[in-house]
Design a protein around this ligand. Structure first.
Ligand code: DHB
Ligand code: FE
Length: 279
């Protein structure tokens, strides 16, 4: 049977992708950021996941105001890099796992989660930057990826409780897939950041640290945290962190923290990263 062996969360800052693609990783500003991902690169080389269910948000690259799916699962054969700002990154095409993706879609929908099924879409920094941080600069990504896009751009995003429950439904779906696959679930986005308005540049390190602590020490409090708390404490884009709770829900009630990294600054935000093992 397929099994979920780890959960990884990480910021998906587009400037990190641009730094990597433009050979700036050794610059004093960026070196500590990339050093923070050395541990997980070794971890991934040992763990060798077959499939990553990669929870991320699209930033108006594949969707726009005309189409706003709350939860969308990529069931296609492949997904091409796209982006706003710096443009499509020079990274490998992302290979999907249509069979498992359709199984998850079917299982979740019959489990009363009304997923949007996407057969064709491009994927932006929300998805490709975490792949680069975990696997480095490679000719081909070393595993299949199932994109799971969440609306956190247009109000209302899903609640933390709903995200957690979706993670649980994904875990049930994976556990009922009849092939021996090593599956990881990743959550991306965050940490505190606000990209516009009078509070642009907001970074709240004590709040970020508590969020990281509570991923293992008090996850039920995160599950029930209202949107307004993210907005007030973590800025308008801090709501991206609600996506981490899909990964967290997929881990089950208890999870062990294997690794953590937190660093300020990177672009307009803090880099946050955590690696969990389901109990
Ligand atoms: C930044 C961070 C993001 O998560 C994003 O999607 C865009 C920009 C930033 O820090 O600049
Ligand atoms: Fe983002």
């Amino acid at each position: 049977m397929a099994r979920i062996t780890a959960g990884i969360a990480s910021s998906h800052i587009p400037a990190v992708g641009a730094a990597l693609d433009n050979g700036k990783t050794a610059e004093p500003y960026w070196a500590p950021v990339f050093a923070g991902y050395d541990w997980v690169k070794r971890f991934e080389a040992e763990e060798k996941p077959d499939v990553v269910i990669l929870v991320y948000n699209d930033h108006a690259s594949a969707f726009d105001a005309n189409l706003i799916p709350t939860f969308a699962i990529g069931c296609g054969e492949e997904f091409r890099p796209a982006d706003e700002g710096w443009g499509p990154r020079p990274v490998p095409v992302v290979e999907g796992h249509p069979d498992l993706a359709w199984h998850i879609a079917q299982s979740c929908i019959l489990d009363e989660f009304d997923m949007t099924i996407i057969n064709q879409m491009d994927v932006d920094h929300g998805l490709t930057v975490p792949l680069s941080l975990m696997f480095g600069q490679v000719a081909a990504w070393p595993c299949r990826v199932i994109p799971l896009a969440v609306n956190v751009v247009t109000y209302p995003p899903p609640s933390g409780n709903r995200c957690w429950a979706l993670g649980e439904a994904i875990a049930r779906a994976v556990a009922s897939y009849d092939e021996d696959l090593n599956v990881q679930v990743w959550g991306t986005g965050g940490m505190s950041h606000q990209l516009q308005g009078p509070r642009a540049g907001l970074i709240n390190t004590p709040w970020d640290t508590r969020f990281l602590d509570w991923m293992t020490a008090n996850p039920q409090a995160l599950r029930h945290m209202p949107h307004i708390d993210y907005l007030r404490e973590a800025g308008s884009e801090g709501i991206e962190l609600v996506m981490w709770l899909i990964m967290r829900g997929a881990m089950g009630e208890a999870a062990a923290e294997l690794h953590r990294f937190y660093h300020v600054p990177a672009s307009n935000t803090a880099v946050g990263h955590i690696v969990l093992r389901p109990a």
